[in-house]
Write a protein that binds this ligand. Sequence first.
Ligand SMILES: C[S@@+](CC[C@H](N)C(=O)[O-])C[C@H]1O[C@@H](n2cnc3c(N)ncnc32)[C@H](O)[C@@H]1O
Length: 393
Amino acid sequence: MATGVPRNKRASRLSYTLDYTGKMPRAEVLALQGEEPKEVELSSAMGKLYCGDNLSTMLWLREQPGVRRHVRCVYIDPPYATAMAFVDREANHAYEDHLDGAEYVEALRRRLIVLHDLLAEDGSIFVHLDQNMVFEAKIVMDEIFGRQNFRNFITRKKCNTKNYTRNNFGNIADHILFYAKSEQNVWHRPYDAWTDEKVVDEYPYIDKKSGRRYKKVPVHAPGIRRGETGRPWRGKLPPVGKHWQYPPAKLDAFDAAGEIYWSPNGNPRRKVFFDQSKGIPVQDIWMEFKDAHNQNILITGYPTEKNFELVSRLVAATTNPGDLVLDCYSGSGTTLEAAATLGRRFIGIDIAEAAINATVKRFLHGRSAMGDFVGVRGAKKRRKTSEPLFADL
Ligand SMILES: C[S@@+](CC[C@H](N)C(=O)[O-])C[C@H]1O[C@@H](n2cnc3c(N)ncnc32)[C@H](O)[C@@H]1O
């Protein structure tokens, strides 16, 4: 295992930006004029749904009471620059995704600037993209949110294995960029449940006295300290280049409580007991949230609809009940339903009529099992048009 010792933080202070023609200064983006959008009637008292271009709508929302600096969580799943037109399960046109290159980046950047302005100081934002544009988006988000506020690059398995790729590896991953507005983002760490097999694997020892299951972890950490954690404890120095993780008094307390394991050659390790675990802390690779992957999964049938449980996890981790959640590319309303189900308020915005209809239907009738859509007319691709998706460009 590689052991790194922190040296200096100079690299993280160096800044760089993405440069391209048409990049509007931040202040000018925020000075753009918004327009009151059409509000759509929704059978939920938990939030509002607007039909219109999201940049113009968000600029208008900035001026409305209780929105600017009050949004605790943003989840967006914008078009991915796929150069495709999307239809729903019944072959109705949904939306076009044909912006590319700098035009795409600038359209997204402008929206991210306004989203940053709408977020509360302890708010968080998730931007869901695939390999096509996620790297450009990362640099743009570093610029807007600050590199220090980057939290995770989540990789999700989005679909089943692809067996027939020609000269590359099958692409089954997409990605979620997670940024906070500041150091103080609301955070409820999610946990997965233990399985018997994983418990035995992770906590292989049984404490002779108490019968409790435990694992052994080091009591030292990389880095040299000059204070008491760098000095001998029980006559032992920490290994070269390391320090004790706890002051001697704390280590004594652990030992007195039977929480230190002494190896036959006298090296201490800490016993961490299984019964103190809240579950398996969720990491940044997610395998269990494929979109519409089996006949029983509930969906609306809107194209590119995201997995409900995935979005629910993000909302639950970064908000408290009653908080305001915003999705300005809300599509079929996955984020809005996740927010409402968790007792959070929401604002949804989408420009496409099909998206608005899918959301209204979702709140009225819920989702249907994917299998129920089998038998409708097959999805047919609509000819690409040159209508701009982003009204400001
Ligand atoms: C990938 S889909 C979102 C799917 C959604 N996450 C769901 O679970 O159903 C992207 C959505 O962005 C919408 N959209 C694209 N450009 C927009 C704009 N300028 N303003 C508002 N919505 C926009 C499209 O109509 C489409 O519904």
